[in-house]
Design a protein around this ligand. Structure first.
Ligand SMILES: Cc1cc2nc3c(=O)[nH]c(=O)nc-3n(C[C@H](O)[C@H](O)[C@H](O)COP(=O)(O)OP(=O)(O)OC[C@H]3O[C@@H](n4cnc5c(N)ncnc54)[C@H](O)[C@@H]3O)c2cc1C
Length: 327
């Protein structure tokens, strides 16, 4: 057994050392100028902000809509570990949002309209605010491919490219155009709420996970029609419905969802940034994370992993820079 004095003196020494190291760490992790800006509050951006916060670093997350991103559309996420029965995308989004709010990440509900270089600085502009940053993380995900020009102007307000705006409706007739995972996932989500869904695909090949197709096939509220190329969508104002035409065939619907594929959401990037992208990435001033750059590999866990990796790289760079500045 240690003599009491020795124990206390060792204990005090440990406290002193602990405080010394903590102060040193805090000092080295303070960014020299400007905190990282993250564009997009989906799983990628949220994870990046979360991990930066854990390092004691501030960041500013800019989100134009709702924290959680595209995940709000997912019917059932079954490939994110920790949820043995899967978890609805909306529930997982809420949990992520709650975690971000609890940890106190700085979030502004603003849409980024331009990102450009000005005298070597990265300038991020929203409708009302212009900010400059040394380090920008782009986690802006994807947007729908442009819709074909077959939709009459009066029909537009009932046409969507994601399911979340109508996910709470019931007993409606909904046409989904597409053949991939999203089309079938949307259909299952809507059928669960007692809507009647018709999936129309132009070709004969189903491109979704067999698992989703099997589930849709078992659902009496989902119909699937292959080889249907939609040529026109009009509004029937008297009946308060849409009429979807394919040659001589017509389908009536309250809403239509286009699930025809997605492309990176990067409209706000200036040509100069695009040209100097590689150089900025190598300098650690620009990061692309999540669906915006993942092409075929657009999944929550990959997006979140990208976010974590970016935060670790930002932290390492800031720590090295500060160490160098402090000699
Ligand atoms: C129907 C459906 C089902 C899915 N099911 C699964 C599944 O089961 N498992 C799985 O792993 N993945 C699934 N996914 C994919 C998953 O949702 C995405 O991989 C994930 O959300 C990507 O995260 P992200 O952060 O990269 O992008 P996103 O989630 O797309 O987030 C990007 C965010 O950036 C914001 N943003 C964009 N532009 C701007 C701007 N200019 N200014 C400010 N904010 C901006 C957007 O509003 C959005 O919130 C599904 C997707 C869909 C559509």
């Amino acid at each position: 057994m240690r003599p009491e004095g020795e124990y206390f003196s060792k204990y005090n020494l440990r406290v002193v050392n602990f405080t010394y190291h903590l102060n040193k760490m805090k000092k080295t992790t303070t960014p020299t100028t400007g905190e990282p800006i993250i564009i997009g509050g989906g799983p990628a951006g949220l994870t990046c902000a979360l991990q930066l916060k854990r390092y004691g670093l501030g960041s500013l997350l800019l989100e134009k809509r709702e924290l959680g991103g595209l995940l709000w559309n997912a019917n059932l996420v079954e490939n994110y570990p920790g949820f043995p029965n899967g978890i609805e995308g909306s529930k997982l989004s809420r949990l992520m949002k709650k975690q971000i709010e609890r940890i106190g990440v700085d979030v502004e509900r603003e849409e980024v309209v331009s990102v450009r270089l000005e005298k070597g600085e990265i300038i991020v502009e929203t409708q009302n605010v212009k900010r400059k940053t040394k380090c920008l993380v782009i986690a802006s995900g994807t947007k729908s491919k442009p819709l074909p020009e077959i939709i009459s102007p009066k029909a537009r307000k009932r046409i969507f490219t994601e399911v979340w705006p109508i996910v709470e409706t019931t007993e409606k007739q909904i046409v989904i155009i597409g053949a991939g995972d999203a089309a079938f996932d949307y259909a299952l989500n809507l059928a669960k709420k007692r809507n009647f869904v018709t999936i129309l695909t132009r070709g004969e090949t189903v491109k979704c996970l067999p698992l989703l197709f099997e589930r849709a096939a078992q659902e009496t509220r989902i119909a699937y029609r292959a080889g249907v190329a939609v040529s026109k969508i009009e509004a029937d104002e008297t009946a308060d419905r849409l009429v979807v035409e394919s040659g001589a065939k017509t389908f009536e619907a309250d809403y239509v969802i286009f699930a025809i594929g997605r492309v990176p959401n990067l409209d706000f990037l200036s040509d100069e940034i695009r040209q100097r992208e590689k150089e900025l990435i190598e300098m650690g001033r620009l990061y692309f994370i999540g669906d915006v750059k993942n092409e075929l590999y657009r999944q929550v866990i990959i997006a979140a992993g990208d976010g974590l990796r970016a935060a670790m790289q930002i932290y390492a760079r800031i720590t090295n820079e500060t160490d160098r500045e402090n000699g």
